[in-house]
Design a protein around this ligand. Structure first.
Ligand code: NAG
Ligand code: NAG
Ligand code: NAG
Ligand code: NAG
Ligand code: NAG
Ligand code: NAG
Ligand code: NAG
Ligand code: NAG
Ligand code: NAG
Ligand code: NAG
Ligand code: NAG
Ligand code: NAG
Length: 456
C-alpha cells in the first residue's frame, strides 16, 4: 500500500510538471463529446481481456458484477455515439454470462448477491431500450431482463421486515441478513423499466410494491428523501446503515422516473419521488466547495479510500440522471449543467500516464494518480450522458410501442436449477474470491462503516 502511494504521488508530481494533455472536451460540440467518449471507452477496453483466447468472455478478474456494469456502459456508448467498435464483445460477454436466461451462470451463481445479478439485468434492459443489436444465436435482451426479474421476485422476502429483497441470495453468505438499497432500488428500477417497455402491469405492481416497502423501511424516506445504504433483519429493519452513495440515489431516482413516465405523468407519488430524490442527489453529491456542479463520491473521495466498486458508482448515477432527463422533461434543465460541470471537471483530470488515463476525483483539475477499468468506465458513462443536448425524445429509452422490438419471454429464467438452494454444493474460498460483490456498509453506525471501508 505504502509503495503504491508513493509511486502514485511521484507520478502525479512528474506528470503535473510535464503538463500532460488532458482530454479536450467541448461540451457544445457533438463530435468533441463523441471523441472524448471514445478515448474513455478505449482506455476501459485496454483492461478487458475477455475476448482473447483462453479467457472467459464477460468475466473480469476478481469481480463478476462489474462485467455487467461495463457492458451497460458500452451499450450506452454505442447508442449515443454510433461507434460499434465494441459491440461484438458486448454481445459475446452478455450472452456468455447469461446462464439459463437469468444471469445466474453456474460458475458464480452460488455466491453472487441480488445486486450483482441485478446489474446484468439492467444492462440487458438497457440493450432492449436502446435497440442494441441482437445476438444472432442467443437470448433476446428483453428476455434476459425478464429472467432476472422473475428469479428475483421469487426471492422477495416476506418472512422478515414485512418484505424486501435481501442483499445476498444464499444463507451462507455474509450479507444474507441484510436488506440493502441497491438490491431493492435495482429491482424497483428494473420492474419500472419492464413495465414501461412491455406495458404489462404486473411489472408496475412489483415496482410499486418494492418502492412502498422501501419507504416503509429505513432505506428510503419519503419526507427527507434520504436514501440509506442498508438495514438489517437482526433488529427487524428498525435502524439503518446510513452511508451515502450516489448509485443508491440513482437507482431509486431512475426507477421513479420510469414510473412517472409509464404513468404518463399522472401520479403525484412518482413526481414527488423524482423531484425529492433529485433534490437531495444534487445537493449532496455536487459539493459547493468544488463549485456545486461536479459530482463527487463524498464518502470515499476525501480520504482516497474508494474501492473498485465505489469508483463505478458516479458513472451509474450519470447514466440514470440522463435517463431521468428524458423521462421527466421538467428535470432536464436542472440535470444538464451538473452533467456538463462533471464532464468538464473529469476531462481535465484525464492526464494519467501521458495516455489520457482518468482518475477518481473529477473536481481536482489534476490526475490523482488512480487508474483502472473502473475509473475509465465512470468517465465513459459521464461523457456519453453528455450527449443529452444533441438528442431528442426519439433517442430516449424505447418501449415496445415506440420501436423497441426485443422479443418478450415473460417466463424467462423460471426453470433454472441454479436458483435452487438445495442443488448447491458447498462453495470454496476460491469461488468466493471471484465474487467481488458490491460493497454494502454494514449496520448502524460509523464502526461498521470504518470496518467495511478499510476492508474494501
Ligand atoms: C496507459 O498506461 C497505463 C500504464 O502503462 C496502462 O495500464 C494503460 O492500459 C494505458 N492506457 C491506454 C489507453 O493506453
Ligand atoms: C478483442 O477486442 C478488441 C477491441 O477492444 C480487439 O482490438 C481485439 O482484436 C479483440 N481480440 C480478439 C482475440 O478478438
Ligand atoms: C465457467 O468456468 C469454465 C472453466 O474455467 C470456463 O470455461 C467457462 O467459460 C466459465 N463460464 C462462465 C459463464 O464464466
Ligand atoms: C408478501 O406479502 C404481500 C402482502 O404483504 C403479498 O401481496 C405477497 O403475495 C407476499 N409474497 C409472498 C412471496 O408470499
Ligand atoms: C410515505 O410513506 C409512508 C410509509 O410507507 C406512507 O404511509 C405515506 O403515505 C407516504 N407519504 C406520501 C406523501 O406518499
Ligand atoms: C399512458 O397514455 C397512453 C396513451 O394515451 C395510454 O395508452 C396508456 O394506457 C397510459 N398509461 C397508463 C399507465 O395509464
Ligand atoms: C433542494 O430543496 C431545498 C429545500 O427546498 C432547497 O433549499 C435546495 O436549493 C434544493 N436543491 C436543489 C439542488 O434544487
Ligand atoms: C416520457 O418520455 C418521453 C421520451 O423522452 C417524453 O417524450 C415524454 O414527454 C415523457 N412523458 C412525460 C409524461 O413526461
Ligand atoms: C488536488 O490534488 C492534489 C494532489 O493530490 C492535492 O494536493 C490538492 O489538495 C487537491 N485539490 C483539491 C481541491 O482537493
Ligand atoms: C431526432 O433524432 C433522430 C436521430 O438523432 C433523428 O433521426 C430525428 O430526425 C430527430 N427528430 C426530430 C423531431 O428532431
Ligand atoms: C429489430 O429491428 C431491427 C431493425 O431496426 C432489426 O435489425 C432486428 O432484427 C429486429 N429484432 C427483432 C428481434 O425483431
Ligand atoms: C405479464 O408479466 C407477468 C409476470 O412475468 C406474466 O406472468 C404474464 O404472463 C405477463 N402477461 C403478458 C400478457 O405477457
Amino acid at each position: 500500500m505504502a509503495g503504491a502511494f508513493w509511486t502514485r504521488w511521484v507520478l502525479t508530481l512528474a506528470l503535473a510538471v510535464l503538463g500532460v494533455q488532458a482530454i479536450d472536451i467541448d461540451l457544445s460540440s457533438e463530435s468533441s463529446i463523441k471523441n472524448a467518449a471514445s478515448i474513455a471507452a478505449y482506455g476501459m477496453m485496454k483492461h478487458y481481456k475477455g475476448n482473447e483466447s483462453g479467457e472467459i468472455p464477460g468475466k473480469l478478474p476478481n469481480t463478476w458484477w462489474e462485467g455487467g456494469a461495463m457492458f451497460m456502459a458500452l451499450i450506452q456508448y454505442y447508442h449515443y455515439t454510433g461507434d460499434s467498435t465494441y459491440n461484438s464483445e458486448v454481445i459475446q460477454g452478455m450472452q456468455w454470462q447469461s446462464g439459463d436466461c437469468d444471469y445466474m451462470p453456474k460458475n458464480y451463481s452460488s455466491y453472487i448477491g441480488n445486486d450483482d445479478q441485478m446489474f446484468w439485468g439492467l444492462a440487458a434492459m438497457t440493450a432492449a431500450e436502446l435497440d442494441f443489436p441482437d445476438s444472432s444465436d442467443g437470448y433476446s435482451w428483453l428476455a434476459l431482463a425478464q429472467g432476472v426479474f422473475n428469479t428475483q421476485v421469487a426471492r422477495w422476502d416476506n418472512s422478515t421486515c414485512n418484505g424486501g429483497m435481501r442483499w445476498q441470495i444464499w444463507t451462507y453468505e455474509s450479507g444474507y441478513t441484510m436488506k440493502n438499497s441497491i438490491s431493492n432500488g435495482g429491482l424497483f428500477q428494473l420492474s419500472a423499466r419492464l413495465a414501461r417497455y412491455t406495458s404489462n402491469s404486473t411489472y408496475a405492481e412489483w415496482a410499486e410494491r418494492i418502492f412502498d416497502w422501501a419507504v416503509s423501511s429505513p432505506l428510503v424516506s419519503n419526507s427527507t428523501w434520504n436514501v440509506a445504504d442498508s438495514t438489517s433483519i437482526t433488529n427487524d429493519c428498525t435502524t439503518q446503515g446510513d452511508d451515502q452513495w450516489t448509485y443508491n440515489y440513482g437507482a431509486f431516482l431512475g426507477g421513479a422516473a420510469y414510473m412517472y413516465n409509464y404513468t404518463n405523468g399522472t401520479v403525484t407519488k412518482w413526481y414527488d419521488a423524482v423531484t425529492g430524490l433529485l433534490n437531495v442527489t444534487l445537493d449532496e453529491f455536487f459539493p459547493s466547495e468544488y463549485g456545486g456542479e461536479i459530482m463527487s463520491e463524498i464518502l470515499c473521495e476525501p480520504l482516497e479510500v474508494c474501492n473498485d466498486n465505489e469508483i463505478i458508482f458516479k458513472g451509474l448515477l450519470s447514466s440514470w440522471l440522463a435517463f431521468t432527463a428524458y423521462l421527466v422533461p421538467s428535470t432536464y434543465s436542472e440535470i444538464l449543467p451538473k452533467l456538463q460541470g462533471s464532464a468538464k471537471g473529469a476531462a481535465t483530470t484525464c492526464t494519467g500516464y501521458g495516455n489520457n488515463t482518468c482518475g477518481v476525483r473529477w473536481y481536482n483539475s489534476t490526475w490523482d494518480g488512480w487508474s483502472g477499468l473502473e475509473e475509465e468506465m465512470a468517465v465513459l458513462n459521464l461523457f456519453a450522458a453528455n450527449m443529452l443536448p444533441f438528442t431528442n425524445s426519439s433517442s430516449a429509452p424505447l418501449t415496445s410501442s415506440t420501436g423497441g422490438n426485443s422479443t418478450s419471454d415473460p417466463s424467462a429464467g423460471t426453470g433454472d436449477s441454479n436458483n435452487d438452494q438445495k442443488t448447491l454444493s458447498k462453495i470454496t474460498t476460491g469461488d468466493r474470491a471471484g465474487a467481488g460483490v458490491v460493497t454494502v456498509v454494514f449496520a448502524t453506525g460509523w464502526l461498521g462503516m470504518m470496518a467495511w471501508l478499510f476492508m474494501g
